[in-house]
Design a protein around this ligand. Sequence first.
Ligand code: GLU
Length: 479
Amino acid sequence: MSAISDPSAPLAPRVRFAPSPTGYFHVGGARTALFNWLLARRLGGRFVLRIEDTDRERSDPAWTEGILSALTWLGITWDEGPFFQSERRHLYDAAAKRLFAEGRAYACDCSPEAVRARTEQRATPGYDGFCRDRGLAFERGRALRYRVPDEGMTVVHDLVRGDVEFQNATIEDFVIVKSNGDPLFVLAVVVDDLDMAITHVIRAEEHLPTTPKAVLLWDALADGRPLPAFAHVPVLVNERRQKLSKRRDRVAVEDYRALGYLPEAMVNYLALLGWSPADGREVLSREEMIEEFRLEDVLRSPAFFDERRLLHFNGLYLRGLSQAEFIEHARPFLQGEHVPWAPGRFDASVFAALAPLVQERAGTLGEVPGLVAFLFVEPFEPDADAFAKAISSDVGAGPILQATIAALESVEFSPAALRQAIEEVAERAGRKLGKAQAPIRVATMGRATGLPLFESLEALGRERTLERLKVALGRLGSL
Ligand code: GLU
């Protein structure tokens, strides 16, 4: 049998995103949601959100909350739902009864052990059809299996993968209702896709193997309504070409949010996982993505989820913000519980003065507190490794600190004057400016890298700068 999606399907698609709330919301899920959303928005369609919580043991409302909040954060808005499969059980029960009454499904009382014992030696894996013609009544304690035709084949027309053929003989009579009465995922999905008049099923590649089962069920239940178009989007892999896994890789959208990634950067990067616009451009606004997204352009090959590229995108988007927007976005990261300074130490106007330089350098908003901590943490304590490297193990550091103290006693505290004074210190010490800056930077800012030195010293002010230089020098003398 071959079921073909109807070319006269309505132009305005009805798509669905159907996550199972069994864990943190995964970047792969977000990418699938985004592809659905882009298609719906481009063609003026509807995006339906359906929470697939039929697995009662693994589902948790807290995970659902996480999914809704992450989608909202990403700006992936839904038009209908969220619908909960746990509230739609009557529909699955009715479909199961119908399939049984029409002879398309049969009751089965085989235990898993019995099936295993009988089928171990068989060439074709899966259930052997033992109960097919036993005429068992459908009642509690018995599973319901779909009677898959022995002959022919089922073809899935996939917009990404082309036609994928499955010989019916290789598809076992699969369970659609468990012996405890719970409907199986494959049945619930088809019943819902029909009921919600879904036109495009865009989902993860891992669902391709169950799709012929869905096609069979659709043909049995749809009363002639055309199949949705299928598009199975490629799996995400890490740099070792392994499928992303939550044990190995950072996969939770929530983590990226907490680290200070911007939703716009995230959405832009996610869109490029398995898709790119025809002209190969990479930095795209949401409107451009909507305009240009085509399922036909989605690739089959696994997509590399490269955290470093995501970081690069985030930097681009951070730098694209206006200064006021940047300060606004940084605010929660500077005020939370996890800031390195004591409550009340933060000074918004001091931060605002340095904000443009911070914006130039930060990869994520989460890096912002670290870049400005030298201004607000008291008592100040340079990083021990940086101190050892740039000061205690550098014989020239002492004289440079000493000369800098002398020079900065009287110099005007502006970036230009500070630069000139420190350039002179460097010259007298016979060092390049960068090399001379290292001990000064570690003594006053606490680390070897970060914001530019002269603007930072201006923000720190003469008194604190001199005090820190003297402490470092004193510590060096007592080593
Ligand atoms: N609930 C499934 C999942 O979270 C998606 C099923 C589907 O999209 O058809 O992987």
